[in-house]
Design a protein around this ligand. Structure first.
Ligand SMILES: [Zn+2]
Ligand SMILES: [Zn+2]
Ligand SMILES: [Zn+2]
Length: 217
């Protein structure tokens, strides 16, 4: 897919161009680029599907002890981008959903007034209510009535709150987080728990992931 670059205005006093096909910035230091900063290869691993045809969505961090890499599997196929109707869902949006649900955030449907797409929050924005929001679809900032958090996935699927077992598990060389969105299960190294112990230090899973994924937006 080719870039589709538009001028969106100023962020921190700097002219910004934005690619609405890849949802990435297309300028550096106020200067327009010929192509946006995305990796085109990432967008080849995508799936366009009707909601009714989806039987499984799994979002995984294979090992958060070593890196923040994540995987998304829809109907057992690994992809980077999921297109459903006019929604373009990225892996970070599923990471955002995981954080919002862990933090019991009430997710609201905020529609960007410039492009009419639904806003999703990721990283720290997924658990810190904020205003304004930066639209990933068009790159514009928009104000809402009250600080809040949104996620477009909730307009497509009914996502209940997460229920974690009250137990702590020991983490040694691997920390795999597996979120099965349609089954509403969250597993840490295949176990349902709300606390983890790493190097004799105990953390609530929520706090650990909030900090670890703070900049994943
Ligand atoms: Zn682009
Ligand atoms: Zn936002
Ligand atoms: Zn927009």
């Amino acid at each position: 897919m080719e870039c589709n670059i538009n001028y969106v205005g100023k962020w921190n006093k700097e002219d910004v161009y934005y690619c609405i096909n890849h949802h990435k910035k297309a300028s550096i230091n106020g200067k327009k680029l010929d192509e946006c900063i995305c990796n085109k290869k990432d967008y080849e691993k995508c799936l366009t599907i009707n909601k009714e045809d989806i039987y499984s969505i799994k979002f995984t961090y294979p090992n958060l002890l070593t890196n923040l890499k994540s995987t998304l599997e829809v109907n057992d196929k690994e992809i980077n981008i999921l297109y459903i109707g006019k929604s373009m869902l990225e892996k970070r949006d599923f990471g955002g959903l995981l954080l919002s649900k862990l933090n019991n955030i009430n997710l609201e449907v905020e529609v960007c007034p410039y492009c009419n797409n639904v806003h999703s929050d990721d990283g720290k924005f997924a658990y810190k209510p904020h205003n304004p929001h930066l639209c990933a679809y068009c790159g514009k900032l928009f104000k809402v009535d009250h600080p809040n958090v949104g996620n477009e996935i909730t307009t497509i699927f009914n996502i209940p709150d997460l229920k974690l077992d009250n137990q702590c598990i020991e983490i040694k060389s691997k920390l795999k987080i597996e979120y099965d969105i349609l089954k509403n299960s969250l597993l840490v190294n295949n176990i349902c728990c709300n606390k983890i112990r790493i190097n004799n230090e105990e953390y609530y899973l929520k706090d650990y992931l909030n900090e670890k994924l703070y900049n994943e937006f």
